[in-house]
Design a protein around this ligand. Structure first.
Ligand SMILES: *[C@@H]1O[C@H](CO)[C@@H](O)[C@H](O)[C@H]1NC(C)=O
Ligand SMILES: *[C@@H]1O[C@H](CO)[C@@H](O)[C@H](O)[C@H]1NC(C)=O
Ligand SMILES: *[C@@H]1O[C@H](CO)[C@@H](O)[C@H](O)[C@H]1NC(C)=O
Length: 182
């Protein structure tokens, strides 16, 4: 069932697909449908030359499970007993090197799955003896920003852009290379 609480399984399915059908991909991006994503900037600024064992996005460190049953992100003790989560990249959009997609998919088979999909990626990284790499502040925006062409040309991700809005701002965004100072 494609439900919020099965999001981890859905993401692992994506990584399985990548492992089988794109084994030589340099990178994999996982992005939600409601994000503005500046792929050209991401590649140019952060992914060249190719890296391995690399994951980046909006870094969360020393965060703790929400134990409040009413929360969308409620995590019971039985599911995750530790007081804090390992470092992880926020779910709206993160990037990993292609080799890591296969390694995460592999190690996930040996770990108990938990509902917080982005946290679980961090747990897999830790099990691999790895961790995520922080990106400069302001590059991955977990809080919505009003569209501004030149500003958006110098960031990778803004959360909370619905498909209709993406269609609306995209033509203007396309003008950025010709009209914004670098
Ligand atoms: C997750 O998917 C499985 C398989 O379809 C289903 O049995 C289960 O109810 C789903 N869990 C949740 C929490 O939605
Ligand atoms: C991946 O690279 C290997 C070695 O270069 C090659 O043999 C294989 O065909 C490539 N696979 C795909 C799906 O491109
Ligand atoms: C939870 O804590 C134990 C004990 O400190 C540690 O061995 C384990 O790696 C932790 N789990 C995660 C997912 O960080």
């Amino acid at each position: 069932l494609d439900t919020y609480n099965n999001l981890t399984l859905k993401t692992l399915m994506g990584l399985e697909w990548v492992s089988k059908h794109c084994p030589n991909a340099s990178y994999v991006v996982k992005a939600d449908r409601d994000v503005f994503l500046n792929l050209a900037y991401l590649v140019r600024q952060f992914l060249v030359p190719p890296k391995t064992n690399f994951m980046t996005g909006h870094l969360y460190q020393n965060t703790a499970p929400l134990r409040n049953k009413g929360s969308k992100w409620y995590v019971p003790h039985e599911v995750y007993p530790n007081k804090t989560y390992p470092p992880y990249c926020g779910g709206p959009a993160y990037v990993l090197s292609g080799d890591l997609a296969q390694k995460i998919y592999g190690v996930a088979q040996t770990l108990p799955v938990m509902n917080m999909e982005d946290v679980f990626m961090g747990i897999c990284l830790r099990a691999l003896g790895l961790g995520p790499t922080a990106s400069p502040w302001g590059v991955y925006n977990m809080v919505r920003l009003e569209f501004e062409r030149c500003r958006f040309s110098r960031l990778v991700m803004v959360h909370h852009y619905q498909p209709q809005e993406l269609l609306r701002v995209w033509p203007s965004f396309q003008e950025a290379p010709a009209t914004c100072h670098r």
